[in-house]
Design a protein around this ligand. Structure first.
Ligand SMILES: [Zn+2]
Length: 272
């Protein structure tokens, strides 16, 4: 599952390649799952628009579109990559991969294609340009906002970090890594964490995400950047995926537990 840093990397790569290009036409496949808006609405919203910007909102990639060069008639194309979705910018003669669900023909002569073997990805449009990804951006959150979100919650802090209605786009790997750096156990109830510890946690979340973005995302498989190249480096995980291996700080074996169906990794000595 692409996490925030991967989506940020992909959105930046796309922005470099397609900003300013015009969508001449769109072909949509017959599989219904990837289409969160009706096919006709997607086509009507996208065709004959200019791509003004491409940016990340949570784990969504948002294309801001202008019609007839008038920015007041903005609409948006929203792509969620799901588990295995990817966006490919290519020449029209490039082989059309199996599981291609959308092909946008661009005025530059290139094509932007959406490929998704497992079909958990979603394409939708917001014709009024007011897409709301829900929650707050972790990289933009101030401490007061962060505290207000988590105050009094009796859920494990790990679950709260993963709750997309609170924070946008913090996924499993980054939640585990942030909790390790903040010295907090994943099962620790949010309501028992002090303000000082919360400040450390927020700083850790931002630090981990920024490091991963700087490395181009840390995904494990199935990702390609906007050129279709495998382009991601692995962040040095300190706990995630290291069950039984020695903690990098104290050498205690890393533990793995399951919280709300998700693997959680932590050091029983460094994290309280
Ligand atoms: Zn340790």
């Amino acid at each position: 599952m692409p996490e925030l840093p991967e989506v940020e990397t992909i959105a930046r790569g796309l922005a470099q390649r397609v900003t300013g290009d015009v969508i001449d036409s769109i072909w949509l496949g017959r599989k219904p799952e990837p289409l969160k808006s009706p096919a006709r609405e997607i086509a009507a919203t996208l065709e004959h628009t200019r791509i003004a910007t491409v940016r990340r909102m949570g784990k969504h990639i948002v294309f801001d579109l202008e019609k007839n060069g008038v920015s007041s008639t903005q609409a948006q194309w929203i792509v969620h990559l799901g588990m295995t979705g990817r966006l490919q910018v290519c020449e029209p003669q490039a082989e059309i991969l199996k599981h291609t669900h959308a092909i946008l023909k661009l005025a530059s002569g290139r094509e932007l294609r959406f490929v998704d073997p497992r079909r958990f990805g979603r394409l939708s449009v917001a014709s009024s340009g007011n897409f709301d990804a829900g929650g707050i951006e972790p990289l933009e959150a101030g401490l007061d906002r962060f505290l207000a979100l988590l105050r009094g919650r009796k859920t494990p802090i790990k679950s709260a970090l993963l709750n997309q209605k609170l924070l946008r786009g913090v996924g499993n790997i980054y939640a585990d890594e942030s909790l390790f750096r903040a010295g907090l156990r994943p099962r620790r109830r949010a309501s028992t964490i002090t303000r000082e510890q919360m400040a450390k946690l927020l700083a850790s979340v931002k630090e981990v995400l920024r490091e991963a973005i700087a490395l181009g995302g840390s995904s494990i498989s199935d990702y390609v950047d906007a050129d279709g190249e495998e382009g991601f480096f692995q962040l040095q995980h300190r706990v995630y995926g290291r069950e039984g291996e020695p903690c990098l700080v104290c050498k205690t074996p890393i533990k793995r537990i399951v919280i709300a169906g998700r693997s959680s990794h932590y050091c029983p000595k460094c994290q309280k």
